[in-house]
Structures are given as structure tokens and as C-alpha cells.
Design a protein around this ligand. Structure first.
Ligand SMILES: *[C@@H]1O[C@H](CO)[C@@H](O)[C@H](O)[C@H]1NC(C)=O
Ligand SMILES: *[C@@H]1O[C@H](CO)[C@@H](O)[C@H](O)[C@H]1NC(C)=O
Length: 416
């Protein structure tokens, strides 16, 4: 479209015929090229390859699922299992929980010549299965489709230009950040995933720190010193596969994950919002630059910083991070590293148990997801010794089980 400014004007009426012909053919070919490009772009847009296979229509909350075999989207026909379909679908998309669901007439959908329907195999439907695995194409004879309202997540409430720079500005930039305090002292970071649940690291709960009444979750502030909300803790569930609790000499830090259930629900606000989880089987992307936030260095006994710190660091592939110069095979499949080869900037600015968050648009709207939990590292910002994180996408099932099993309990539990 844009030509160099001093190039001759292309006119098919020019007297020099050969030049004219050549130029006109070039323009023609260029036109075909542009048209082909436009068509390809259109087709790609239409197919939306970057979208997750389960989506909620933002206008009317209708649930739609991609039909891989036919390459098209289908609405989900209402059934007697709507509640469970809603819960499993919201969890699968990383929205943590479903708030409500309803039925809508499918007639409008049909009238618009839309893609078609899926029906649920209710006998196959259960937690741990992908929703796609229990759906099959159908005519939806009930004439009603399912709409689902999942908990929103991973979005800031304040516009970015109010967040960047300025005194109060950073307030609201990472609204899911929590500070976990024991007897009033900041010990760990955490991430708000719903009005009741916080995700953190298992290693924040050694035996000496297991009295729930002495824990408080501090949220809604970027300053350790100033106003935020302090929430009492009812339940802690840590992963029973976290080996160092059984034998301190064990070198394997796998399964460093825990959840906290608050005694009373949070009120979301401009400064308090939940983070999304990764969608089911959503891979972590090597090289992707994400953000780690926290109030202290990852050193267990370091002094916390007063103001919340943030650092942007790229994900390092496990094959690199398991190299001899790095961590020599200490990085299991459920961990990952992030940082720079030469050190310098590190999760050191983060905080044990705190969030490592990545942004994506697989659910159309851009959202932040909790890809990692700050877990361990050798020293701080040392070359070839990047921060190591619990890979949250490996714990979808564990998190779902923990939240369903322990919301009526109080105390500290371990779960496999
Ligand atoms: C279907 O058509 C109706 C009426 O034209 C319109 O209001 C509605 O937004 C359309 N729905 C979709 C999903 O295109
Ligand atoms: C949430 O809001 C309700 C109603 O305004 C209020 O009673 C409650 O104390 C609030 N909770 C917190 C933790 O601020």
C-alpha cells in the first residue's frame, strides 16, 4: 500500500508502453497478492487458532466448545447436568469457579445460521475429564443451550495509565498479590484466586508454622506498612508430596504448593482481584517474559521490602535449566526456571509462595494467569542460578480436589 515517496507515479496511461505494461502487471500481481493475504488472514481469524477450545460468549455467556473433527464451534445443549458442566468448564478455562448458569433458547442461534450443538454424555461427566471428551455433536432437541457465568479473573480494574508511575499508582497493578503473615510477620507471598482461596507454597508451612489462628492474609495494599485488609485463615492444605517436610535432607523440592481457605470471604475491589489459573493443559511457553512480584527477597530470613517489587523475567526451558552449569537435573517436570543466564534480575525480588504471572488472550480478553509459584533457588540473581517455580499447570487436578474437599474443614491438612 505505501510506496516510496520518490518512486514514479504508476499510471497505465503513460506513453512508454513496455514500462507501463510491466508496471501494470506488477500492480495486478500485487493486487492478487494482497487479496490472497487478506483471504488467508480472514480465514485464520475465522478459525482463531490462538483461542482455547472452550469459550464463553461475552455478550450472553453462552458456552461454546470447539469441534476439532469439524473445525467449528458448537454451543452446549442444556441437560440435567448443567451445574456440573458449568463448574467443570469454568475450572478448565482457568476461571477457578462458576458463579451461576442458565438456559437460553437455541432458536436465535439457529436463526443466525450458527455452527451447531454438542450434547453432554452425562454418565461420562466428572471432574478430571476435559469437557470436550464428554461431548458429541447433536441436534439439541430440547431447544435450549447452556450459559455460564464464571468468576472473572486476571484483569486489573484500574486503567493502566493510572497504574504506571505515581505514588498510589502501583496500587491495583497486581491486585491478586497477598502477604502471608505469621504472628504479624510477613513470611510468604500468595495469590488470590477466589474470594476464599489463596495459592502459595507448601514450604511456607513447616511444623513450627501450623497454627491457623496465628496466620493472617494481608491483601489490597502495595505497602507492608499501610492500609489493606487482614483476613483470618480457616484452613491450610499443602501438598503431601512435598518431601522436605518428611526428610530435610531430601534434595527434591517438587510439589511445593499449598492453598489457604479464608475464614470469611473477601470483597473484590480496585485493589483486590483474583488471578486466573492456567487453562487445563495450557503449556508454559519457554522464553515468554512474565512477571514475578513480592515484598522480599526469596531468602527465607531476609528483611521484607516495604513496597511491593516486580521483575520481568523470561521462562527458561527445563532442558537448559537442568544443564550442569545450571541446576544439574534438579528441575523436575512440575517445576520451571525463570530469569536471565547472567543473573542480575531475579525472582529474588519475589517472595516464597508469591505469584509468577503471564498474560495471554486464549479466552479472547487479555488476562493474567498464575503460571508459577515462587519456590526456590540458589542464592539470588547469581549467573546460571535462576529462580525456580512450581509449575501451576501441573497441579490443576490437585487444586480442584483441594478446593472441593477442604472448604468445610478447619486446620492444617496435607493432601496428595
Ligand atoms: C443473531 O441475530 C440476532 C438478530 O439479528 C442478533 O441480535 C444476535 O446478536 C445474533 N447473534 C449472534 C450470535 O450472532
Ligand atoms: C465485605 O462487605 C460486606 C458488606 O458491605 C461487609 O459487611 C464485610 O465486612 C466486608 N468484608 C471485608 C473483609 O471487608
Amino acid at each position: 500500500m505505501q510506496e516510496k515517496q520518490d518512486s514514479p507515479k504508476l499510471s497505465c496511461l503513460s506513453p512508454t508502453k513496455i514500462t507501463v505494461l510491466t508496471l501494470c502487471i506488477l500492480v495486478f500481481i500485487g493486487g492478487i497478492g494482497a487479496a490472497a493475504w487478506a483471504i488467508v488472514t480472514y480465514l485464520f481469524k475465522a478459525e482463531d487458532p490462538g483461542l482455547y477450545d472452550v469459550q464463553i460468549n461475552s455478550a450472553d455467556l453462552r458456552l461454546s466448545v470447539f469441534d476439532r473433527s469439524e473445525g467449528k464451534w458448537r454451543f452446549v445443549c442444556s441437560s440435567s447436568s448443567n451445574e456440573l458442566v458449568a463448574k467443570i468448564s469454568c475450572e478448565e478455562m482457568g476461571f477457578v469457579r462458576s458463579l451461576s448458569y442458565s438456559e437460553r433458547p437455541s432458536s436465535m442461534v439457529v436463526a443466525n445460521g450458527s455452527a451447531g450443538f454438542f450434547c453432554v454424555d452425562e454418565k461420562q461427566l466428572q471432574y478430571g475429564r476435559k469437557i470436550q471428551e464428554v461431548l458429541s455433536a447433536c441436534a439439541c432437541e430440547s431447544g435450549r443451550v447452556l450459559s455460564v457465568n464464571c468468576q472473572d479473573c486476571g484483569r486489573r480494574r484500574l486503567p493502566v495509565d493510572r497504574i504506571v508511575g505515581g505514588q498510589d499508582a502501583s496500587l491495583g497493578k497486581w491486585p491478586w498479590q497477598a502477604s502471608l503473615r505469621y504472628d504479624g510477620s510477613h513470611l510468604c507471598g500468595g495469590s488470590v484466586i477466589s474470594d476464599r482461596w489463596i495459592i502459595t507454597a507448601a514450604h511456607c508451612f513447616p511444623e513450627r508454622n501450623r497454627v491457623t489462628s496465628r496466620w493472617q492474609v494481608f491483601i489490597g495494599s502495595i505497602s507492608q506498612a499501610s492500609s489493606g485488609v487482614s483476613m483470618p485463615v480457616q484452613t491450610v492444605v499443602y501438598h503431601s508430596g512435598y518431601q522436605p517436610f518428611k526428610d530435610p535432607n531430601i534434595d527434591d523440592n517438587s510439589n511445593d504448593i499449598a492453598v489457604i481457605y479464608l475464614a470469611t470471604p473477601l470483597n473484590f475491589s480496585d485493589y483486590i482481584q483474583p488471578i486466573c489459573l492456567p487453562a487445563h493443559r495450557q503449556p508454559l511457553v519457554d522464553g515468554k517474559v512474565c512477571t514475578v512480584t513480592g515484598w522480599g527477597n526469596t531468602k527465607y530470613y531476609g528483611q521484607p521490602s516495604v513496597i511491593l517489587q516486580e521483575a520481568s523475567v523470561p521462562v527458561i526451558s527445563n532442558s537448559v535449566c537442568n544443564g550442569d552449569e545450571y541446576y544439574g537435573n534438579q528441575i523436575s517436570n512440575s517445576m520451571f526456571c525463570a530469569g536471565f543466564a547472567d543473573g542480575g534480575i531475579d525472582a529474588c525480588q519475589g517472595d516464597s509462595g508469591g505469584p509468577f504471572v503471564c498474560e495471554d488472550s486464549i479466552s479472547k480478553t487479555s488476562r493474567w494467569r498464575l503460571c508459577g509459584v515462587v519456590s526456590w533457588g540458589t542464592g539470588c540473581a547469581l549467573p546460571r542460578k535462576p529462580g525456580v517455580y512450581t509449575q501451576v499447570n501441573q497441579f490443576h487436578q490437585w487444586l480442584s480436589n483441594a478446593m472441593r474437599t477442604y472448604s468445610q474443614s478447619s486446620g492444617v491438612f496435607s493432601m496428595g
